[in-house]
Unconditional design. Structure first.
Length: 275
């Protein structure tokens, strides 16, 4: 275990183990998994303000899509000038091309901590008692494709069930992202396409990559400890719920989905067409 993650791993161990102990009288052998679920939901609850801020930032990018396209066309042969104009536009609107990456970057350290926790035989100055816990007979520290449970064994079937569940959540995530983008298009005006909306992917990335990228978590889960795969299922599902709530709230109150960002000024539009 690296020194950088030593303290967070110890803290995560104490929290998850305390939750496991608390839930054991009620859930028995499923208490550790339930502890991981509760731990994950608590982390996502803490990150929720950051997540909704990112969603508003992505929506702002969608609203700015026509202006960005105009700038790219106007300064296609002046890359340095184009970069300055785009930077100025993002600054005025209070967003950036990386507006959607905040929650993603904040979640991966948590995943790394859980990954290390369930790979460490000793933690917090003693044996890792969470490694003796399991999900339907599969130890939470076992892997599917990188050792441990056999791919086609009875234990492998448990892994396969988790992987299929994660793939289903990823599919739903893509569908909800498309739906949110449709809401952005309706609220933000023509030109705010899906690729410029709630994709957490900068403009210019091929559409195929945007569709495939969410399924990267399925590949990661196939090589991660079972406990980390459970985290990915819960965390991805939480993201889907956040996006759905964001879109539903905007449809319900009729407010512009881009939030408080002001509409483009005539000066800005004129500037996009000036040499």
């Amino acid at each position: 275990m690296t020194a950088v993650f030593g303290v967070p791993v110890d803290a995560a161990y104490h929290l998850v183990y305390a939750l496991t102990t608390l839930l054991t009288p009620v859930l028995g052998g499923l208490a550790a998994v339930a502890g991981i679920v509760v731990f994950t939901m608590a982390i996502r609850l803490i990150l929720m303000p950051l997540s909704f801020r990112a969603l508003r930032g992505q929506a702002a990018q969608a609203r700015l899509a026509p202006q960005i396209q105009a700038l790219r066309k106007r300064y296609a042969k002046q890359p340095e000038r184009l970069q300055r104009e785009l930077t100025a536009l993002y600054r005025r609107e209070g967003t950036s091309v990386f507006a959607g990456f905040g929650p993603l970057l904040a979640q991966w350290p948590v995943f790394s901590v859980l990954y290390l926790l369930f790979r460490s035989p000793a933690v917090a100055g003693g044996p890792n008692r969470l490694l003796s816990r399991d999900l339907f007979g599969v130890p939470l520290g076992d892997h599917w494709l990188s050792g441990g449970a056999g791919v086609f064994s009875a234990q492998g079937a448990v892994f396969l069930g988790v992987i299929v569940l994660l793939a289903g959540v990823c599919w739903l995530s893509v569908r909800v992202a498309r739906r949110v983008s449709e809401v952005i298009t309706a609220r933000g005006g023509a030109g705010a396409g899906a690729s410029a909306g709630i994709g957490a992917v900068p403009e210019g990335v091929p559409g195929l990559i945007v569709k495939v990228l969410p399924y990267l978590t399925v590949v990661i889960a196939a090589f991660a400890p079972l406990a980390a795969a459970v985290y990915l299922v819960v965390s991805t599902g939480w993201s889907v719920a956040e996006r759905w709530a964001f879109a539903s709230r905007q449809r319900g109150n009729g407010a512009q989905i881009t939030g408080a960002a002001p509409a483009a000024s005539p000066t800005l539009r004129d500037r996009a067409h000036r040499p």
